[in-house]
Design a protein. Sequence first.
Length: 244
Amino acid sequence: MTPTTPTRETTLGCDACVMRHKSDWQVLSDDEIQMLSRGQSKHCYETGQTVYAMGERSRGVYCICSGAVAIRQFDPEGNSVLLQLAYSGDTLGYESVLTGETHRCSAEALGPATVCLIGTHTVKTLIARNPDLGLQFLRRTAAKLQDAQEKLVQHATLSNRAKLAHVLLILMDRCGRRGTDGAGSIYLPVSRRDLASMIGTRHETLSRIIGRMENDGLAYFSGRSVDIPRIEALLGEIRPQLVG
């Protein structure tokens, strides 16, 4: 993590934000959006800069305007596990605001990113005025719990190769490019060590899986660039095991 201070940016209010209608704040009225604008500050992060750190006291809720953010958790030895990738429109840190606890994980910019911090007082005031906002956070929490349960099932039933295929398909959907011929390409926002942690295996094992995928013509890796000749073929790596 790089704990250098991000650049603070003064811009238009939340009513002009292109992500407003794709985020949790879409339930707010125009007056409440103005309150949100007064209670937020926008910050620009460079690659590797820390948005918030594990164990840090919560300062509010973070809304990603642009870029990608990695959510990590660290063990006592300082080893990190990548838990989640967040993108434009995603909201982070609301759990700590609702529980009053410190952050249980860290958030790190994977590249240039713009993130708005909405102060705790503003968030709690808006939830009191508009219970639908609290319901949005509750739905998001329930979705994360369901996602965690699905990951447990995948780790118990899918092979490491199928897990990697699944991760690549998710990244394809979030940050990849699709061709008209059924092919696709991805520029990975994370390192191969992070990929290994996402599928619950070691870096050396991941390298062997990548080699076998390339031999089978499923995907070709060059640094952080991944070319997928046929997305449907990659999907086929998962379907038989899910059905079985």
